[in-house]
Design a protein around this ligand. Structure first.
Ligand code: GLP
Length: 272
């Protein structure tokens, strides 16, 4: 596991965007070789999307040969609802880049058979050749995608009932602070689905996520802090700001900050 510690949330967005740009560039995607990207919603990745859009406008990155799979979607929220993840993704990212909409995959929370929709999604990921880079965030309770505390760490894409903490956090950020407006269920990729990706990159910002970051990396693997499943993955990159490290040991922070010159090489020439 690598932990990149940056000063601000803004630099987390910029660093993450540079890393994505470099990974896509180095992969040299083409009509017979698509780069498969797993994508999150939430407030944390917004900065990364802004930088990616900017690099695209500057002609530094193309998404023509990129396929995307989003992590999750609410159940029973109309696709054009301002808080649906479909709407979020087109508004904040897809409509500003050159991705072909047929290469965009987002779970359909309005499908008549939700279990069949989840199975179809898993099969679609396999058909695309698996996810090359899965990007995510974490909840303050350590959840990843919508894998709430207690979720199986071997789970696949499925329907999940959302935890009270998640309803409250999402109400505050996106639903006028009204928990009743937040859908109670969502479709989400499982921890097992995420662990199948060749690489996982997680963005964590703010003091409110610092305990979750500590539980994710400094304690044991636990289904009560589902992001800790990443300890079992061989290629994980966590990018956080200083505030998110508040609950980490000084020793941990010092060690990873000392590796910054090594980490900087990961984004070298990314936007040339
Ligand atoms: C939701 C999403 C997660 C996201 C989390 C944190 O629960 N399902 O994928 O990581 O919120 O969101 P934010 O970045 O807004 O704090």
């Amino acid at each position: 596991m690598r932990l990149v510690i940056l000063e601000t949330s803004k630099s987390v967005g910029e660093w993450a965007a540079k890393y994505v740009a470099k990974r896509i560039k180095d992969f040299q995607p083409g009509p017979d070789k698509y780069f498969v990207l797993g994508l999150p919603t939430g407030s944390t990745p917004l900065g990364m999307y802004k930088y990616l859009i900017e690099y695209h406008r500057q002609g530094k990155i193309s998404f023509k040969y990129v396929k995307t799979f989003n992590m999750d979607e609410y159940v029973d929220l109309p696709r054009d609802h301002p808080q649906s993840y479909h709407h979020f993704m087109y508004q904040n990212f897809f409509q500003h880049i050159d991705i072909d909409p047929k290469n965009v995959h987002i779970l359909d929370g309005n499908a008549s058979d939700l279990n069949a929709e989840c199975e179809r999604y898993e099969a679609e990921i396999v058909r695309a050749g698996g996810v090359e880079l899965f990007i995510g965030g974490i909840g303050a309770d350590g959840h990843i995608a919508f894998n709430e505390p207690g979720s199986s760490l071997a789970s696949r894409t499925r329907v999940k009932t959302l935890a009270e903490d998640t309803l409250r956090a999402n109400a505050a950020s996106f639903f006028d602070n009204d928990m009743n407006q937040v859908p109670k269920q969502a479709l989400t990729v499982g921890c097992g689905t995420i662990l199948d990706a060749k690489e996982v990159m997680i963005l964590i910002t703010g003091a409110q996520k610092s305990f979750a970051l500590y539980k994710t990396i400094e304690e044991g693997v636990s289904h009560m802090w589902t992001a800790s499943c990443l300890q079992q993955h061989g290629n994980v990159l966590l990018i956080c700001d200083d505030d998110a490290t508040l609950e980490l040991r000084v020793k941990t922070v010092k060690y990873f900050k000392g590796l910054m010159t090594v980490h900087s090489k990961l984004i070298e020439d990314s936007t040339d």
